[in-house]
Design a protein around this ligand. Structure first.
Ligand code: SAH
Length: 357
């Protein structure tokens, strides 16, 4: 069977081209775009001609991400989803409910090849990039579950390194913000990166008013090299230069993610070194309590120790918050749910099936 096209990958003009080739006028493409971006399936698109829908069903995909498992945290109500993709790969997403609205966290790759020591997403490497439509379909699946319009924020912090899949991620950012689609403003979207320097600079030039989060996790190359292989490619000085470029070009501050890891980066001397590194940069630091990854024998720190670290930064005028621990009991950290799926009898079976194909 020839490969089916993912309609959610297409910008409105591209969809219009596709629909024209199938012999239908532009208003049909508009209707179809509206349906797709509400998360609808072909069977629900009641005002489209049956012949067109038959044609589409044979050659195209409507929604590529389907929720196949949900876990709800009894601690804070955070929900974690396992999505199935058309090729049977699995990625995960998280929903966090805040007072001001719901934030959905989605994946950008199946797995990840960045190799961070504390991250479960990377343990099997990167299987493949997701397309823009596959990212969008994750958001739409959650949107359907909640009721249209409830999602106010999106963060690209699931599995994968967004800037290692640059073109599709930028396409996603543009698609999801179109008024004829979901209309979520880039101002309500965060892209998180482990620090791919050239792509950070390129992203600054896209004129997208998104929030850039940088997973720093260390105040020096010495510490960073222990936990993040990417530090070999881009020294921390280059990452900081790219952050300054971001602030100059976009006028927006940078958010630094810093997971406190016992015995590695969580002492007061690290806090002071971090404050020195960030001095003068328009930024904010998010301290993350590490979700323990048993496979790697890495542990987080106590609340008290996190508060001391925060206080040390604040005293040196670095604005800092400790991120609320969310979804710890539901494997809320990156890659943990997919990994437990891969380790389950079901997962093993499907992996074997994949192998024998
Ligand atoms: N690849 C991107 C985005 C995905 S990870 C990045 O590196 O930023 C989203 C965030 O979760 C990153 O800050 C990452 O470092 C962090 N993270 C990964 N594993 C974690 C764990 N076990 N505990 C806490 N945070 C973790």
């Amino acid at each position: 069977m020839p490969e089916r096209i993912t309609l959610l990958d297409l910008y409105p003009d591209e969809l219009a081209q596709d629909i024209k080739k199938r012999g239908y006028p532009p208003f049909r493409a508009k209707q179809l775009f509206g349906w797709l971006h509400k998360g609808a399936r072909f069977d629900e698109m009641t005002n489209l001609p049956n012949a067109l829908l038959r044609d589409l069903k044979e050659s195209a995909i409507d929604q590529s991400a389907e929720i196949v498992e949900t876990q709800v945290s009894y601690v804070d109500g955070t929900e974690k989803y396992l999505f199935s993709l058309p090729d049977n790969n699995r990625v995960e997403g998280v929903l966090m409910r805040y007072k001001h609205g719901a934030t959905v966290c989605i994946s950008t790759q199946v797995g990840c090849r960045m190799g961070c020591a504390f991250c479960a997403s990377t343990l099997e490497g990167c299987v493949r990039n997701l397309t823009a439509g596959e990212m969008l379909s994750q958001v739409l699946a959650v949107n359907r579950l909640l009721g249209d319009g409830r999602i106010s924020n999106i963060v690209l912090m699931g599995s994968g390194e967004p800037l290692d899949n640059y073109d599709e991620v930028v396409r996603f950012l543009r698609l999801v913000s179109l008024p004829e689609g979901m209309g979520i403003s880039p101002r309500h979207i965060s892209v998180s990166t482990c620090g791919l320097v050239p792509e950070m600079r390129r992203l600054a030039e896209e004129k997208l008013p998104i929030t850039l989060s940088v997973s720093l996790h260390a105040p020096s190359d010495e510490v960073r090299l222990q936990i993040m292989p990417i530090a070999k490619r881009y020294p921390i000085e280059d990452v900081m230069a790219a952050c300054r470029y971001w602030v100059e070009t976009t006028g927006r501050r940078v958010i630094f993610e810093y997971a406190l890891i016992d015995g590695i980066n969580a002492d007061l001397l690290h806090a002071r070194a971090l404050a020195k590194l960030l001095r003068g940069l328009q930024c904010h630091v998010n301290l993350i309590p590490l979700n323990d990854v048993p496979e790697r024998n890495l542990r987080g720190v106590s609340r008290l120790k996190a508060e001391r670290f925060q206080k040390a930064l604040e005293e040196l005028h670095i604005s800092t918050t400790i991120r609320r621990e969310m979804g710890d009991d539901i494997q809320g950290a990156c890659g943990q749910l997919r990994r437990s799926y891969l380790n389950s009898p079901d997962g093993e079976q499907e992996e074997r099936l994949e192998d024998s194909r």
